[in-house]
Ligand binder design. Structure first.
Ligand SMILES: *Cc1c(COP(=O)(O)O)cnc(C)c1O
Length: 399
């Protein structure tokens, strides 16, 4: 049995309106992929993203995979993505039939480092491998980034831009909604995201692209009869999920406000303890899916996590970079055989990932619970930093 944390990291915020919405879908019999809530939810996602259309799908992973296929990317193609991301980004490239080429991140933004992407392209070309056909930009912790350099890079190489905005629904950059910053933008509505459909995702983009994505996600079916115009997938969102999505997205502004409140409190703690906070561009707003602290390089994050866990606080190590994953070791060794060694190629991600500690940030967490987390964290930090017994006893008493 899984142990339940007293203060979990990020859990769904389900209210009576969510239950009523799902209840209505069920009593009306709209339980599968057809039903009134799917198009209504898609419209709400498009509206929140500043695009004219959206397609709802089964997961954030499926959203990325379908987006790549709808842009014409598939077998034999290479796609650039940051090594520091959730594994879904790499898995989606793989399941589209392409291979991911991992790129280091920029320490200031935690997003893909375009100078490093440029180097990777030169190195691929130098060993006779094909030029990548797309770049996936992950918006770190749901905060959009300045896409100017990405656009210049993509134009120079004639490649497409997909934004993995998994956790960025409702966010803006320089006042512009998140859906307008790339050729295709994808979201996840997994249970730990700012809003949820249980499991689910969505793709936004221009109308022609969305029509292709919709067809690919729904068996390539042309009408009510069994006519199909392309080999495709079944990655549709169900109406039950969309019913939950509809009521959740109506509450999105309140969830986003909660994320801002939580981040502000975590940032205060970080400043007080002279720790770094998670990056966010000054023009990025309404993001902050996860917030927390960046530990000092010498702090052993495992010790800190175990102290917090022993007090029922559900923190854990965050994303392990893709180039360190067993899942992608065969890919890296085949690249090495082709002449492209990736040894020591990711110094920023290597140094950062063990320092990132997201703190509890469920939208229904209270300020008091946050303060409780901070008290235990202050104790854990003092302990791992070898503070004297008097101080430790004092911190333990208030933790
Ligand atoms: C959550 C997430 C995804 C997609 O997750 P699913 O579980 O497939 O919905 C993709 N990329 C990033 C960066 C994420 O955080």
């Amino acid at each position: 049995m899984q142990t339940v944390s007293t203060i979990p990291l990020a859990v769904p915020n389900i209210g009576p309106e969510d239950i009523a919405s799902v209840h209505t879908a069920m009593t009306d019999g709209w339980v599968s992929s057809v039903g009134p809530d799917v198009p209504a939810f898609e419209q709400a996602v498009a509206a929140a993203s500043g695009t004219s259309s959206a397609v709802a799908v089964a997961s954030g992973t499926a959203a990325l995979m379908i987006a790549l296929r709808a842009l014409g990317i598939g077998r034999g193609d290479l796609v650039l993505c940051p090594t520091y991301t959730f594994v879904a980004t790499a898995n989606a490239i793989h399941s589209a039939g392409a291979d991911p080429i991992f790129v280091d991140i920029d320490l200031a933004t935690w997003a893909i480092d375009i100078n490093h992407a440029e180097q990777m392209v030169s190195r691929l070309v130098a060993v006779g491998l094909p030029k990548p056909r797309a770049i996936i930009v992950v918006y770190p912790m749901g905060n959009p980034i300045d896409m100017t350099d990405v656009k210049v890079f993509a134009e120079r190489h004639g490649i497409r831009i997909v934004a993995d905005a998994a956790a960025a629904i409702g966010s803006t950059f320089d006042g512009r909604p998140v859906g307008g910053l790339a050729d295709a933008t994808t979201f996840s509505f997994n249970g730990n995201k700012t809003m949820t459909t249980g499991g689910g995702g969505a793709i936004v983009g221009d109308d022609g692209f969305i029509a292709a994505a919709r067809s690919l996600a729904s068996t390539g079916r042309l009408g009510v009869n069994y006519d199909h115009d392309r080999p495709a997938f079944n990655e549709r969102m169900t109406n039950i999920e969309a019913a939950l999505g509809r009521s959740q997205i109506a509450r999105l502004d309140s969830f986003i406000a909660a994320k801002a409140r939580i981040r502000a409190r975590h940032d205060l703690f970080a400043h007080k303890h002279d720790l770094d906070v998670f990056p966010r561009h000054r023009l990025a707003e309404r993001g902050d899916w996860f917030s927390g602290v960046v530990l000092r390089p010498e702090t052993d994050i495992r010790d800190v996590v175990s102290v917090l866990n022993s007090r029922g606080i559900g923190v854990r190590l965050f994303w392990k970079p893709m180039h360190l994953q067993e899942a992608y070791a065969p890919l890296l060794s085949s690249l090495k055989q082709a002449g492209l060694s990736t040894d020591d190629l990711y110094p920023v991600a290597d140094a950062l990932w063990r320092r990132v500690l997201p703190l509890p940030c469920s939208t229904n967490i209270t300020d008091r619970q946050i303060d409780e987390v901070h008290a235990v964290l202050a104790y854990a930090l003092a302990k791992t930093e070898g503070a004297n017994d008097i101080l430790l006893t004092r911190l333990a008493a208030i933790a």
